[in-house]
Design a protein around this ligand. Structure first.
Ligand code: FES
Length: 126
């Protein structure tokens, strides 16, 4: 039911862990299945310079977390915040319909990390 690319990311997830001294951290959970995901980022010149994830969840949640770290690395914050669940599913050559909600977790986790960075950044400017 999963594409070979989903299986590949599930079996060899990229960028697992935590960015040390992260500039932003996002933690999100899916209240229905209970899966949780944490994304940490380092930001340099308004771009994502480093990104790592920790996910406790289903195979699709792990694969989508892994691919979003590859997609977002090097992107501007604005581009990264605009990554949709469809972009993620497309990058994985599709997800089964009943697993599309898992890709929302990855997109929301990244947006939460970016928001956290922006909040910290605006506090520094005050
Ligand atoms: Fe919970 Fe996939 S079943 S994120």
């Amino acid at each position: 039911m999963y594409s070979p690319k989903v299986m590949e990311h599930f079996n060899n997830p990229r960028n697992v862990g935590v960015v040390e001294n992260a500039d932003g951290v996002g933690e999100v959970g899916n209240p229905v299945c209970g899966d949780v995901m944490k994304i940490s980022i380092r930001v340099a010149e308004d771009r994502i310079a480093d990104i790592r994830f920790q996910t406790l969840g289903c195979g699709a949640a792990i694969a989508t977390s892994s691919i979003i770290t590859e997609m977002a690395r090097g992107m501007s914050l604005e581009e990264a915040a605009g990554i949709t669940k469809k972009d993620i599913a497309d990058a994985l050559d599709g997800l089964p319909p009943q697993k599309m909600h898992c890709s929302v977790l990855a997109a929301d986790g990244l947006r939460a990390a970016i928001e956290d960075y922006r909040k910290r950044d605006s506090r520094l400017r005050v």
